[in-house]
Write a protein that binds this ligand. Sequence first.
Ligand code: PMP
Length: 291
Amino acid sequence: MSIKIFLDGQLVDKEDAKVSVFDHGFLYGDGIFEGIRYYNGKIFREKQHIDRLWDSAKTVNIEIPMTKQEVVKAINDTVKANGFTDAYIRLIVSRGEGNLGIDPRSCKRPSVIVIAQALSLYPAEFYEKGIKIVTASTIRNPSDSLSPRVKSLNYLNNIMAKIEAHVAGCEEALMLNHKGDVCECTGDNIFIIRNGKLLTPPIDACILEGVTRNVVIEICKELGLECAEAAFTRHDVYTADECFLTGSAAELIPVVAVDGRAIGDGKPGKITNQILAAFADFVRRDNSRIE
Ligand code: PMP
């Protein structure tokens, strides 16, 4: 049976889920998206993802041709049509079909697409042993050129850094911002821990405000752990006791080496594992819904 894709108001077979080569999402990366987890038959952090999509749309001046409720229904319908209770969801809004020039006014109607996939998780070994990362020479887009807060279809900035990671034999790369401060990884936010205190770059460090990042900040409050959002440098990363990454796809993944320097004792840390366990519990009780 072919998987079903939601495409502009209809559930269609994957083979029929086609967009035009004149779609500005294809021609220019002109569009926005969300990567969402579906756990136990429910959208995880529904409100946060839908609100972020609407915020991205506002900044790039796309009018989503559906209500928030309709988009949520489209996600639920797509997941159910494919018989999933757990899934990874890609929600895409492209500028739509237009002329060859970049002028967005030639695009008459944005396209809304929902793809639901079976979870393809990182190997269990990554979570048990942690991953090694390197710093990319590609710096993160500065906010005043293309705000990383917009989850745009143009991911070349991140892809350039990801290639650097692969060349170095790593899965992920650490990206710095134009000031030289630690920013985030190519598809994940970063946390470091020193002396029991967590630290993650602030929103104005040119990061995507990750939904998982914000969950971890909430979890820290619940666990009584101190967690600051403040600028820091690679020196702080190298000298941290623990480090981990967060993202919808990866959830929480321990980092055990950065640029060839072992973090702490080179094994996933105790607090990281404590937060990982608390995250699994948080997922079960999440009931964030749009109004
Ligand atoms: N930063 C970047 C650049 C990302 O693409 C992502 C999502 N893949 C994240 C951080 C993590 O965000 P979230 O927790 O909302 O998935």
